[in-house]
Ligand binder design. Sequence first.
Ligand code: 4AD
Ligand code: MG
Length: 448
Amino acid sequence: MADRVAIERIAEHVGQEVTIKGWLYAKTGKGKLQFLQVRDGTGILQCVVFRKEVPLEVFEAARDVSQESSLIVTGTVRADDRAPGVPGGFELGIADLQVVQLVTEEYPIAPKEHGVDFLMQNRHLWLRSSRQWATLRVRATIIKAVRDWLDDNGFILMDTPILTPAACEGTTTLFETDYHGTPAYLSQSGQLYNEATIMAFGRVYCFGPTFRAEKSKTRRHIQEFWMVEPEMAYVDLWGNMEVQEQFVSYIVQTVLRDRRPELDLLGRDVSRLEGIAPPFPRIHYDEAVAMLNKAAEAGERVPPTDELVPALEWGEDFGAPHETYVAAQFDRPVFVHHYPTQAKAFYMAQDPERPEVCRSADLLAPEGYGEIIGGGERSSDLAYLERQIERHDLPREAYEWYLDLRRFGSVPHSGFGLGIERAVMWICGLQHIRETIPFPRLLGRMYP
Ligand code: 4AD
Ligand code: MG
């Protein structure tokens, strides 16, 4: 018999006496009746204590316990539709209560509105708040779904290095460090290494932290983020998109199945997620440009920000309002493919009929979330890649091994990268990426 019951499984214990080990989240009450909201990491449970039902010292301990004090409560579980909590609908009638540590100072995050800077400064405590808790539980489920789907669909996990000698996604966002006297860079992506491992394993993925020295503050960029990157031999751009729509749909449906109370707590409109299923719409970059310029001419606005749709000159990469507008035209994520070669990374395969566009595809999430995946088919043309390395001003020596992959058994291959924090933001319906990871690394902030 376990020494405690987890609140998330409280429904299995109606009518039984159980023990909960946790913290005091909030308290209300008057006189002889006290309502304690107790959280234990798995949920929040309303615990009720009546003066006349318990020894005086138990009642006084319950009456005097302060916010975020750690405590152990024992009592009988009752079903009660009106009881708040996560999951709601259950209540514990307290028989005994033991305070483990009584908080005597004022808890910094009192139940009132706080500014974002204050909350970020107290991130180590903010994590205990219900919205943060719900978000990070969804994050863990997204990551589990990512791994389960890939492991069950023939992908082999390959851990790629974090200290690297060269850039994958352009030289402007590199974090440089010292590798015993030689410069090294924190990985922006494991992709190039997995272009090597697929030639040994067929289908692989890496999943780990990636780093980008993003110099501007936006609500969608962080300096350190987690990315899952599947890579596949003998798969072209179209096959790549088919894998992505299966993968993303599985992730969304898993969260809907396993994290419903958390989504409800966050106030997420789940009807916007329920229909996420293959196939996802696909539009060519040319079409997207035409769509955007038509909207710009007509003076249309971008929901939900309401700014005017900005025109886009052919050849330019999308800005956030372009992504938002295009994605808003569909009820599920949309692929934009064949971006201009000049707007994308050096390794992208060119369209053989139109070399000015490449076999890339970004997946844009609806409701203003924009790009959640970047990917495409990689060039297998040795001479072209040699020219691209030069054109992008990359140090040739650092890429010799990469070029070998085109000399020894080169095959058409594709892959993509899903940013976990972008996925969390979209699925949870959050306004800012800083809440999607326990301790975000933001421009100008590295504490705590
Ligand atoms: O489009 P990106 O730069 O693509 C790559 O890194 C490829 N090497 C992936 C691949 O094909 N294997 O980044 C992929 C995704 C983006 O769509 C976004 O979700 C996320 O990574 N991402 C960021 N997330 C948060 N903060 C940032 N600064 C991000 N930069 C990229
Ligand atoms: Mg991208």
